[in-house]
Each structure stands twice: as C-alpha cells, then as structure tokens.
Design a protein. Structure first.
Length: 255
C-alpha cells in the first residue's frame, strides 16, 4: 500500500491554493480547465506586475492523457514538435516559452496502468535538447501514479493540486529491473525536481529510504548507507521516508 508521508523540502513544486473550483464540486469542464490553467500562469509561473503583462512568456498547454499507453507518447511528442517548429520561426525571446503538460485521464479511461516503455520514451524526449528552448511544467490536477510518474519527473517543474498526489511509480512492479532503476535515477538526476533516493522510494518497494538532518543540510539515502554517512558527518536526526515494502506517494495537501 502506498504511504503518504511528508514530502522532501527541496521538491521543485508549486501548490495550488485551497480555494479552487475543484474543491467546490464543480465538474472539470473544458471552460473550467482553461480558467484553472490561466490561474496557474498568472499566479505561479508568471507573477509579473500588470504593467509588464505584455512581457509574460508565451504559454502552450498540452494534455497528456493517462495512462501513457499505445501511441500517447508519440502523440504528445508530435504536438510539442509542431509548437517548436512554429516558435523557431519567431524572434528569440529572453523568456523561454512555457510548455504546460497536463497529466490527467480522459473521461473514459482509468489513470493507472502507464507502460514503462512508453513513459520512458516520453521522459527521454522531455529531457532532451530537442525541447530545451521551452520551460516545461507538469500540471497535476489529479493523482498520478504508475510509470506516468517518470514523465512528470522529466519536466523542469511541477504544479500540484491539493487533491492530487504523485508516487507509487512501481505499483505494478514486483521487482524493478536494474535498467528501470537506472533510468529513473538518470531522469531524477538530470531534472533534480526530486532527489534520486526519493524517486527510488516511489519505484521500488525493496528500498528503505531515510531523511537525515546534517550540519550541511538534508540528505536522502538508502538505509544501508547510514553508517557511511555517520562516519562522514554529524547526523543530527533521522526520519524514515519510506519503509521496505511500501511505495512512497506524496499527497498534494502535504506539499
């Protein structure tokens, strides 16, 4: 069962306010979706004074339908490539255009069950030089679990609704392979929205991950590395982030 624990303080995550249309029971209509995304742009991503509104970066919104199966990764890639081609013909702006990826299921789909291969292909593309001219932001209006987590981690920033969550990437994996672990670690290390051990806590229930307070700040590490850390520095406190047998899920309300 996924565990809801306090999130690491160094997550590059922005929280949507509690006063929000979702929490008043209103359906998530296309019109409301546009209003919510506009709120994100104005409140969190482009907090410019009104007099500088014209200087706000261009923003594009692309839905990533969950689960990531079939040709979803290719469909998202084609949409981004079309945007990139159009932007390339425009004068270069000092502010990178925003690319907001909304991770949410279509009405007829269950959000779980994203395939690792398809999620890996999308994550590799999002973290590649092909899209570096855009500022890529993941918008999570609803919970995201399974290997779709990998694509979220490939974004530069995350905006998470209080009722959403992120984690349990390995919910259908009994024993994630070394190659799978390596790719999650590679993406986490490249984007640094979360530390590698936290990504491992989401992926592999075999890992016990600790949060250690040291004079040099917070460290996240597998339990087996605690002895070495004690020899390296003065560990002031230890907290278990994820127990062996559990998968870490970070709830939006805790961010």
């Amino acid at each position: 069962m996924a565990m809801h624990r306090e999130p690491p303080p160094d997550l590059q995550v922005m929280r949507v306010p509690k006063v929000h249309p979702f929490r008043n029971g209103r359906p998530y209509t296309p019109a409301l979706r546009c209003v919510v995304i506009l709120e994100l742009l104005i409140t969190f991503l482009c907090p410019l004074p009104t007099s500088h509104a014209a200087d706000a970066p261009v923003a594009h919104v692309i839905q990533v339908p969950l689960p990531i199966v079939g040709d979803v990764d290719q469909m998202v890639r084609r949409q981004i490539q079309r945007i990139t081609a159009r932007e390339a013909a425009k004068p270069v702006d000092a502010e990178r255009p925003l690319l907001i990826l909304e991770f949410s299921p279509t009405p007829e789909q269950d959000a779980t069950g994203s395939e690792f291969e398809r999620s890996m292909a999308l994550a590799r593309f999002l973290a590649s030089p092909d899209v570096q001219q855009h500022r890529i932001v993941a918008w999570l209006p609803q919970p995201v679990s399974g290997h779709a987590v990998l694509a979220v981690l490939a974004c530069e920033e995350m905006v998470v609704h209080p009722d959403a969550s992120l984690g349990a990437a390995g919910q259908y994996e009994t024993k994630p392979s070394a190659a799978m672990r390596a790719f999650y670690a590679e993406i986490a290390d490249q984007r640094r929205t979360i530390p590698i051990p936290v990504a491992m806590a989401m992926l592999d229930r075999r890992d016990k991950i600790l949060k250690a307070e040291t004079p040099n700040g917070v460290r996240y590490l597998p339990a087996e590395e605690l002895e070495a850390l004690n020899e390296e520095t003065n560990v002031q406190s230890i907290e278990t982030l994820s127990e062996t047998g559990d998968l870490l899920t970070i709830a939006g309300n805790d961010l």
